[in-house]
Design a protein around this ligand. Structure first.
Ligand code: C2E
Ligand code: MG
Ligand code: MG
Length: 251
């Protein structure tokens, strides 16, 4: 077995046990209103504290979790944990903030997904307005009719919906009009180049203008420099997220 195949074998076996063994944890990163500088929400980002390999980031295990179907119990753990954590923070007296969960396309395709979300909300007593789901543009476009319908149902429950990594997929404008979403997240690959690439600056500006004309909030992810922030401010982007303000960190 070559080194990669061996690592995969080790990961797959240990991923099966990771949920039971409580090896996952969530990092949180704030989303910030560019004008007021106030925190509007947090995004939960999954980490796996592997007993031998140490702290693993999602890119190292989410694809495997999706291939093996383990993304379903893992994704359920994330939603449950985020709702419970939010209620705990509110009980400690922190302001009612929204927390965003990244969803895999496989989760949306679960027949009982809406029911599951409803159950978690009533179990924990969390206001649906304090929950947000982020779903990538690519996942939406793989099956637009189905996904738009699901997102409409989630929006009707009062949950905030964002399109993640916006600009990397191929949404047609006619689909975008039908998306029942609140926020577009400009992908960090464009944000990182707004100062050096005229094309990326044009794409970021176009997303901001389009979002605003469709009455959507627009947030830029991966903001690392003052220059990027100045650009976004000038283009009237609503919110930002990135290491410039705060990296993702443990709760
Ligand atoms: P994403 O949702 O687009 O999250 C943004 C990623 O950018 C995160 O990486 C975050 O830590 C990172 N980031 C934050 N600020 C900066 C910055 O200023 N510069 C740069 N270069 N990067 C920044 P992370 O935590 O490794 O997550 C990667 C992806 O894994 C996420 O992309 C999301 O698609 C996925 N993911 C994370 N948590 C979950 C989860 O609970 N479930 C599922 N299905 N996917 C998840
Ligand atoms: Mg995200
Ligand atoms: Mg993203």
């Amino acid at each position: 077995m070559d080194e990669n195949a061996h690592k995969r074998f080790v990961l797959e076996n240990s991923l099966r046990k990771a949920v039971e063994n409580d090896e996952f944890l969530l990092y949180y990163q704030p989303k910030v209103d560019i004008l007021s500088g106030e925190i509007t929400a947090f995004e939960a980002l999954l980490r796996w504290e592997h007993p031998d390999l140490g702290l693993l980031s999602p890119a190292e295990f989410i694809p495997l979790a999706e291939e093996t179907g383990l993304i379903i119990p893992i994704g359920e753990w994330v939603i449950r944990k985020v709702c419970a954590q939010n209620v705990a923070w509110q009980q400690e007296g922190l302001a009612n903030l929204r927390i965003a969960v990244n969803l895999s396309g496989y989760q949306l395709q679960q027949k009982n997904f809406l029911l599951f979300v409803q159950e978690i909300l009533s179990e924990t007593g969390l206001d649906p307005g304090c929950l947000e789901f982020e779903i990538t543009e690519t996942v939406i476009m793989q099956n637009p009719d189905f996904t738009i319908n699901m997102l409409n149902n989630l929006r009707d429950m009062g949950i905030h919906i964002s399109i993640d990594d916006f600009g990397t997929g191929y949404s047609s404008l006619s689909h975008l009009k039908r998306f029942s979403v609140n926020t577009l997240k400009i992908d960090k690959t464009f944000v990182s180049e707004v100062e050096s690439s005229a094309t990326d600056a044009a794409i970021a500006s176009a997303i901001i203008a389009m979002g605003s004309s469709l009455n959507l909030r627009v947030i830029a992810e991966g903001v690392e420099t003052r220059g990027q922030l100045e650009f976004l401010k000038e283009k009237l982007c609503d919110e930002m997220q990135g290491v410039l303000f705060q990296p993702a960190h443990a709760a």
